[in-house]
Ligand binder design. Structure first.
Ligand SMILES: Cc1cc2nc3c(=O)[nH]c(=O)nc-3n(C[C@H](O)[C@H](O)[C@H](O)COP(=O)(O)O)c2cc1C
Length: 177
């Protein structure tokens, strides 16, 4: 047994928004979640978990946030068969609506390619953007929870309240337990 907590939450954050959300999630799923800032720790600990949440912001017109970029190859070399992962992304639909949440889409693709099972897509209703590479094939959902602290900060907690129980269910866990 390498870690008592059942869910590893891996994130990186340039200006703090993704980190703030990671902390909100850790508060809500207190006894279940262990936080891992990949800028500090890298991604080796991903091997310890079969259940993970990952948080990634999009930067620079559809690009990966820099710490995720640095760890990309190290993730690509891992085997995620049998692992379940829920994603959340940070983006700005008003400011960067042509590339909204693209990095979350890239991460979804990478994890799928190494065998992960991705869980809990999130409906596109309630957002306004031009294009996103983080959509499901039918374009009715994002591949994970899309958060926008720049333009929709006021609904972040509400979105988490709806999304987290679905994540726990997809992970076969009791929230708060
Ligand atoms: C220079 C710059 C480029 C950005 N590019 C994008 C983008 O292409 N797509 C997007 O959805 N958001 C974009 N954003 C918005 C960030 O993803 C958003 O502010 C996010 O909350 C930052 O998360 P962090 O504080 O965890 O780094 C950009 C922000 C800045 C300042």
């Amino acid at each position: 047994m390498t870690n008592a907590k059942q869910i590893g939450l891996f994130y990186a954050s340039t200006t703090g928004n993704t980190e703030d959300v990671a902390q909100l999630i850790a508060e809500r799923l207190e006894s279940l979640v262990q936080l891992h800032d990949i800028a500090v720790e890298g991604v080796a600990a991903m091997q310890q978990y079969s259940l993970m949440i990952m948080g990634i912001p999009t930067w620079d017109y559809g690009e990966l946030q820099e710490d995720w970029q640095e760890c990309w190859q190290a993730i690509a070399e891992q085997d995620f068969v049998g692992k379940r992962v829920a994603l959340f992304g940070l983006g700005d639909q008003m400011g960067y609506g042509e590339w909204f949440q693209d990095a979350m889409g890239e991460l979804h693709q990478l994890l799928t390619s190494i065998g992960a099972t991705l869980v809990v897509p999130w409906p596109v209703d309630g957002y306004s953007f031009e294009a996103s590479r983080a959509l499901t094939d039918d374009e009715q959902y994002f591949v994970g929870l899309a958060l926008d602290e720049d333009g929709q900060h006021g609904v972040t907690e509400e979105r988490l309240d709806l999304w987290l129980p679905q994540v726990c269910q997809a992970f076969d866990l009791q929230q708060g337990g």
